[in-house]
Design a protein around this ligand. Structure first.
Ligand code: F6R
Length: 369
């Protein structure tokens, strides 16, 4: 049942190109437009939406943080992403023109369910992004977009995360398409890139041996830090979460711009710091800023592990370890940048003798608040 892999997690990491392709299947038509008729919220209602609120927990929340950037960029609708467990306790402002997106692999997470119930009571429309057919969250939502990742058995989420991202991009692009924005040309180009993205995920998977060797060499460390900006920030948080839950190590993700406001005091000799570098082509200002962040931490002794696009030569002098990922449009980069972090955490946990599929104290679906 593990298909020749030692762990379900390894199998599920390897399945990601197919999972991503399955999530896209039938949702992009021959002319390169999105057809999401299955989202049974009338286009007239979607055109009236004036705010999007995303609620989710854990890894799904990280997907939601990335979705916020995509939705605001492509649709210009204000969007906020909130931890489902915090949401209803602050009396959030919601009405008929609010679209609430609840993201959940299992469809049974109690915090997310309670948040969506609260949203519906206030009159908001709820769209679920879910991996489990017929589970409670899609049943209680106005509409659902299934992720089609197939069953995810390992407690740590991998392929569900990538497919949640794909579903979020589809929602963002679809909202842009039905409402029409100044990014029309970009939306068409991104839809084309998205339809080929499974190949890029496959390319990353084929080059993971050095990442495994690096992970094994760090097995006796106590702390690993992760830095990113823009879409790289949630990727950094996700890398840190994977390492906490699997390797039981102290791991923290930071927005790289926050370094100078405190966390840089943590940097000491030989501390491993993973940095997710944005594309030098897209928002090049961000790229240059993160290159200076890498210089700063390296000057203070950090061991830099740099994840950067193929052809990005500016990072080479400052990378103690360089992990290459294929070039993608900026907003899609998490689909390729997260994969090395999953492999890294899985291998480090194995090297420390941990049970990868069943980490201590965790359950696959959290059905209590
Ligand atoms: C982390 C992980 C958890 C889940 C979270 C939400 O690897 O698996 O953080 O992402 O418990 O679960 P779902 O998506 O089922 O609502």
């Amino acid at each position: 049942e593990k298909g020749g892999y030692d762990y379900f997690m390894l199998k599920e990491i390897a399945e990601q190109p197919k999972a991503v392709a399955d999530t896209l299947l039938g949702r992009i038509d021959g002319s390169g437009s999105l057809s999401l008729d299955e989202v049974r919220i009338p286009v007239s209602v979607l055109r009236e939406v004036d705010k999007v609120v995303i609620v989710a927990c854990g890894t799904a929340y990280h997907a939601g943080m990335i979705a916020k950037l995509a939705i605001e960029h492509w649709t210009r609708i204000p969007c906020e992403t909130e931890l489902a467990s915090e949401f209803r306790y602050r009396d959030p402002i919601l009405d008929q023109r609010t679209l609430v997106v609840a993201i959940s692999q299992s469809g049974e997470t109690m915090d997310t369910l309670m948040a969506l119930r609260h949203a519906r009571e206030q009159g908001a429309k709820v769209l679920a992004i879910c991996n489990t057919n017929g589970s409670t969250i899609p049943r209680e939502s106005d509409a659902v977009l299934y992720t089609h990742a197939g069953p995810e058995v390992a407690v740590a989420s991998t392929k569900a995360f990538l497919t949640q991202l794909v579903a979020c991009y589809l929602v963002a692009l679809y909202l842009g398409q039905v409402r029409g924005t100044k990014w029309g040309d970009e939306i068409e180009a991104v839809i084309r890139e998205l339809s080929d993205i499974a190949g890029a995920v496959d390319t990353v998977l084929e080059t993971m041996e050095p990442v495994r060797a690096l992970a094994r060499s760090l097995a006796d460390k106590n702390t690993v830090l992760f830095l990113g900006r823009h879409v790289g920030y949630p990727v950094a948080l996700e890398g840190a979460l994977k390492l906490k839950e699997l390797a039981y190590m102290h791991a923290e993700g930071f927005a790289a711009g926050e370094l100078k406001h405190g966390p840089i005091a943590l940097i000491e000799k030989d501390l491993p710091v993973v940095v997710v570098v944005p594309s030098p082509r897209g928002r090049s200002v961000l790229h240059d800023k993160i290159v200076s962040n890498i210089q700063e931490i390296r000057a203070r002794g950090a061991r830099t592990i740099v994840i950067a696009e193929e052809g990005d030569d500016a990072v080479v002098p400052y990378a103690d370890h360089l992990i290459r990922i294929p070039a993608t449009p900026t907003l899609l980069q998490p689909l390729v940048a997260t994969v090395p972090l999953q492999v890294f955490a899985c291998e480090l946990a194995t090297a420390r003798g941990n049970e990868v599929d069943q980490p201590r104290n965790l359950a696959k679906s959290v059905t209590v608040e």
